[in-house]
Design a protein around this ligand. Sequence first.
Ligand code: ADP
Length: 350
Amino acid sequence: MENEIKRLLAAVVHPETGEDIVTSGFIEHIAATPDKATVVLRFAKTRDPFATKIKNQAEALLKERFPQAEILVTIKEGGRPPRPEPKETTTTGGIAHVIAVASGKGGVGKSTVTANLAVALRNMGFRVGILDADIYGPSQPKMFGVEDYLPDAVQEEGQDRIVPAESMDIALMSIGFFIKPTDALLWRGAMAVNALKQMIHQTRWGTLDFLLADLPPGTGDIHLSIIGELKIDSAVIVSTPQQVAVADVLRGVEMFRNPNVNIPVAGVIENMAWFTPEELPDNRYYLFGKGGARKFAEENGVDFLGEIPIVRSIMEGSDEGHPAAAIDPRVEASYRGIAERIVEKVMKSS
Ligand code: ADP
């Protein structure tokens, strides 16, 4: 649907330049489900005299084509936030910063956090990629609606390169593109490690400001081999309030701090920190206790990066192929704060 929207919007021409709004880069963001399409148009000028006219044209075209869907076209003015030029610091070419996302256990929302952080970073104007290395449950393809993607191999300067999927302006390479769920057991050993190696060294990422690596849960050999292959600049640990007290989270922190590994831990993110029912938006229910991750961070000398509540749109977004941060402003705001903290820390330490 996103491609179709782009195609439709290519018919809208800016009267001043005579060029269509897609090729001239006015489309900052498109997110679409069968019920709702959101388009953000970015005008370089503040108060572009044609902004409203273009917005109305875009809306009319989309409403005509998708009469069942709610259409939301918004205008942003002024240039995009500046993008720092990526430095070539990793084996993977033009990637400026690699951030690993880890957790003590499965099911705490590590993959969901990775996907939404990627969207928040993208919204800040960065070029972002995701390396889904969670061999036990690669869920990024589903979260970005590209489960059926089959990676192509191309030759570039005499080398084989694998082409990542692209969704919402985010480049995605996942171990899930190479294994079927039923294969999982077989893949857990050396084969998975070999496949990960290839993904790390051969993916054609282009230039990226941030590559987020969604690691398998826990700590183990597979982590050590990823750490050995990929130059990780910083790690974030995701935990739920009830998991934080368990030794696994500390083990995760210690893995990165091990002198042989020596990767700075940017901090801990508390996921599912509280629950707010939709009909009582001001109420917060701390189902699993309050402030656990903050306390853990203080006690173990790591920073606390922020908390994400239990929100229905987060769960639905993952199921429907668009991370909630792309369409729910409240969710975006939670992730934006965390993303800003991570960017600040990573930039400072590089
Ligand atoms: P992990 O990668 O740690 O195994 P997932 O990211 O797959 O965990 O999340 C597990 C489940 O919890 C998924 O169904 C996901 O949609 C849901 N989930 C994660 N975070 C939240 C949240 N903040 N609010 C609601 N549901 C969430």
